[in-house]
Ligand binder design. Structure first.
Ligand SMILES: [Zn+2]
Length: 334
């Protein structure tokens, strides 16, 4: 698995103490090095305007370019002097990953800033340009599946592809927190109806809930959709060690679902799988999950520290059932 990273991703800083900080990437790289997994790193070029406008409006790109210092939203998402340029490098990393995936090379894009809360004409939630949406659009493949397992709903990605059947979007997230979207009734519109799948977990949902969602919804839908490429928004803020959401996933569950995704991609789309870093603010579990996923592609395991199981009663079963019921006319579900 190729790791995509640019040293300038470390230079992006919000104002004051902020969870989305350079130390996140330092922790991941340190862990990869410790495990002997940092040998295959590629460095991207900045995204061109054409790449950005594959997803974002021209007006939004201009607005960002000319924004200058200050907040994009209420105080979460700061534009510093170099933010625009580093966001271009992050989007460039997504573009590089889309080129690699077309060649059948799986990748782990360690991007900062993250992207899944950015829509066609808005940013927010620490996001400026939508990296994974850019990768989906630039892959130029007709059927792309995006699985978003960040603890928050990927509202930007969802909005961008809401009326399209060319991109299937599936998101598991803690429902009721930021950004407030992603309930089970939202299934896409027009041509996109049935191609937007939300699994809005309640507080406390963790390992057994995610496994259940995979078995009865995610895997069956992915198999029926027959994507040509499988992209993953990987955020570890649904981890029990991470205070940013109320989900209780363990490192084992995260690495397990990433491994299942890689195996499924090998089976149904020639191994075309790419992972994109979104959130994840507890440094130890973040490094552990990323390293564990990269190791998996090499047939190895890493030693895990955060493996407690807080949800073995399928706390999220009701949420999965509601989504399953809502989508029963669109997919053949077990
Ligand atoms: Zn998140």
């Amino acid at each position: 698995m190729e790791v995509i990273f640019h040293p300038d991703y470390m230079l992006h800083k919000h104002r004051g103490a902020h969870p989305e900080r350079p130390e996140r990437l330092e922790a991941i790289l340190e862990r990869l090095e410790l495990e002997g997994l940092a040998g295959n790193i590629s460095t991207p070029e900045p995204a061109t305007e054409d790449i950005l406008t594959s997803v974002h409006s021209k007006d939004y790109v201009k607005y960002m370019r000319e924004h200058g210092r200050g907040y994009l939203d209420g105080g979460d998402t700061y534009m510093g002097e170099n933010t625009y340029d580093i966001a271009l490098l992050s989007a460039g990393g997504a573009f590089l990953s889309s080129s690699r995936v077309k060649e059948g090379i799986a990748s782990m894009a360690l991007l900062r800033p993250p992207g899944h809360h950015a829509g066609a004409y808005y940013g927010g939630g620490f996001c400026y340009f939508n990296n994974i949406a850019i990768a989906a659009a630039c892959s130029k493949m007709k059927k792309v599946a995006i699985l978003d397992i960040d603890g928050h709903h990927g509202n930007g990605t969802s909005d961008i592809f809401y009326t399209s059947s060319d991109v299937l979007f599936i998101s598991t997230h803690h429902y009721g927190i930021y950004p407030g979207t992603g309930d089970s009734m939202a299934i896409g519109e027009g041509q996109g109806e049935g191609y937007n799948v939300n699994i809005p977990f309640p507080t406390g949902a963790g390992d057994s809930s995610l496994e259940y969602a995979w078995d009865v919804l995610i895997e069956p839908i992915l198999r029926q959709y027959e994507p040509r490429v499988l992209l993953v928004s990987l955020g570890t803020d649904g981890h029990y060690a991470d205070g940013m959401t109320g989900l209780s996933l363990s490192s084992r569950a995260y690495i397990d679902i990433c491994g299942r995704t890689i195996d499924l991609a090998r089976e149904i789309c020639k191994g075309r799988a790419a992972f994109f870093l979104e959130g994840g603010y507890h440094l130890g579990s973040l490094g552990e999950v990323i390293a564990g996923t990269v190791a998996y592609t090499e047939g190895r395991e890493v030693k895990m520290e955060w493996t407690d199981e807080y949800d073995n009663r399928c706390i999220g079963k009701g949420a999965v059932e509601r989504t399953r019921h809502r989508l029963k006319d669109h997919w053949d579900l077990p």
